[in-house]
Design a protein around this ligand. Structure first.
Ligand code: CAO
Length: 423
């Protein structure tokens, strides 16, 4: 038994934002039917190809546990199948460019008329307003949502982050909206629209930076290293390098081996409650009582000197030794882990957060499993579908088309060439 057993998802998503959402729902037990253009499929199938002829890692890692049906939704027979899918499914998820579904003839009013219980969930780049019609990809969302302007070094360009907060982040937001709407439908019997704009999702994740924008009105942001360096603040929340985003000052510090290893660093937080231990560990016990260092307020203008001193100590230890020493003392530290280290991490393998999946075209590959664990709804990650792999079984078993109808629809070219004969 899985949490979303019995929930059918018409997955009209592509690229990253929508597919991450429907993949999560599939992991929680929903039957996710991915609709793709005949012979073409999701563009990511053939993007960043590492094994000629095989679906890319980009596609396989975003589309586990789904079924795939080829369908040209712009032909009469394709519209017939799509209509049946809308009648049958609980949720339609899409992340087309604005207006694409309307142009296909399946706007919200039409969808509601076909199935008033259907929840229609959409990712768009922007919500209503002057940018509503724009097409948007990850980095545009990071820039428009406040992440880029607050990431990077004060005197450098805005920076985008490696975390796909615009795409996967918005997929997460949308998934929450969908299960919430499903819960409400239990009581009302009605479907509803669920919309998640990438700009909104990124801004939501940058909430603390809007907090700082307003704090600026009350004076300088004293925990920013910019303040310790005596550099005045401008009108907007500045980029703050690796400064901690919270009230506890933190930095990324070099560890032993940093000269040859780009990831030999640790994050180090001088949490007030652990300050005494920090002083002991770095060999500065006198700082515990020295009025220039004893309180968080006294330390603020001296943070650069303090972190330089801590770094002189961390450089004598590996990032894991720093953790082994500091963690038992309650000093919050964290090693900078490379993708290689994460891929090989035994704990992540054991918890199912990093999984090995087998694929008929490409053989075994690593993926990120479900990052949310439900004790009563275990996740088994299965490979992504080949293009149109389930067209015949969906037409027959899910939508109830008989053999003659399947033959008629197939002959029209609306569903490509079903891989398995119906009947
Ligand atoms: N059958 C028939 N037509 C289909 C189809 C199918 N199964 N699937 C897609 N199409 C059509 C669409 O209807 C659309 O046709 P029109 O332009 O005539 O309306 C066309 O394919 C292209 O769709 P699109 O505009 O969504 O795709 P794109 O590659 O041009 O743009 C993207 C991609 C991501 C920029 C755009 O979809 C978008 O802005 N989406 C919303 C924001 C988003 O999710 N961005 C994140 C993507 S992940 O980085």
């Amino acid at each position: 038994m899985k949490a979303l057993d019995g929930v059918k998802i018409l997955d009209f998503t592509h690229v990253q934002s929508g597919p991450t959402c429907t993949q999560l729902l599939a992991w929680f037990g929903a039957d996710v039917i991915k609709v793709e253009r005949p012979g073409v499929g999701d563009a990511t199938r053939k993007q960043l190809v590492d094994k000629p002829g095989a679906d890319s890692l980009y596609f396989t890692m975003l589309n586990h546990n789904k079924r795939s049906i080829e369908l040209d939704s712009k032909t009469p027979e394709g519209k017939e199948v799509l209509t049946r899918l809308i009648e049958t499914c609980d949720v339609l998820v899409e992340n087309f460019a604005p207006g694409a579904l309307d142009r296909m003839g399946f706007g919200w009013e039409r969808i509601q008329a076909i199935n008033p219980r259907l929840i229609m969930a959409s990712v768009k780049g922007f919500g209503p307003g002057r940018f509503a019609e724009c097409k948007v990809y990850e980095n545009i969302a990071q820039c428009a949502g406040g992440s880029a302007s607050t990431t990077g070094w004060r005197d450098g360009r805005p920076l985008v982050t490696g975390a796909q907060i615009g795409d996967s982040g918005t997929g997460l937001h949308l998934a929450l909206g969908i299960v919430t709407a499903l819960y409400q439908r239990e009581r009302t019997g009605r479907g509803q629209r669920v919309q998640a704009a990438m700009q909104d999702g990124v801004l939501n994740l940058c909430r603390v930076k809007l907090r700082d924008q307003q704090r600026l009105a009350a004076g300088p942001l004293t925990e920013y290293s910019q303040h310790a360096e005596g550099i005045p603040f401008g009108a907007a929340t500045p980029r703050a390098g690796n400064d901690s985003g919270g009230g506890q000052p933190g930095r990324i510090l070099k560890c032993k081996g940093w000269e040859g290893d780009p990831d030999a660093y640790t994050y180090f937080i001088t949490q007030a409650a652990a300050w005494g231990h920090v002083c002991d560990v770095i060999g500065r016990p006198e700082w515990k009582t020295d009025p220039d260092y004893a309180t968080p307020a006294a330390r603020l203008p001296r943070l650069n000197e303090i972190f330089d001193t801590i770094e002189a100590w961390t450089m004598t230890r590996t990032k894991f030794e720093v953790m082994e020493t500091c963690n038992p003392l309650g000093i919050p530290v964290g090693p900078i882990l490379s993708m290689k280290e994460l891929a090989e991490d035994p704990d992540l393998r054991a918890s199912g957060t990093v999984v090995e999946v087998d694929h008929p075209e490409r053989g075994p590959y690593l993926s990120v499993g479900c990052p949310v664990k439900l004790s009563d709804s275990p996740v088994e990650v299965t490979r992504s579908p080949l293009l149109g792999e389930h067209t015949a079984e969906v037409l027959r078993d899910v939508l109830g088309f008989d053999a003659d109808a399947v033959a008629r629809i197939t002959a029209s070219g609306a569903v490509g060439t079903p891989k398995v004969a119906a009947g």
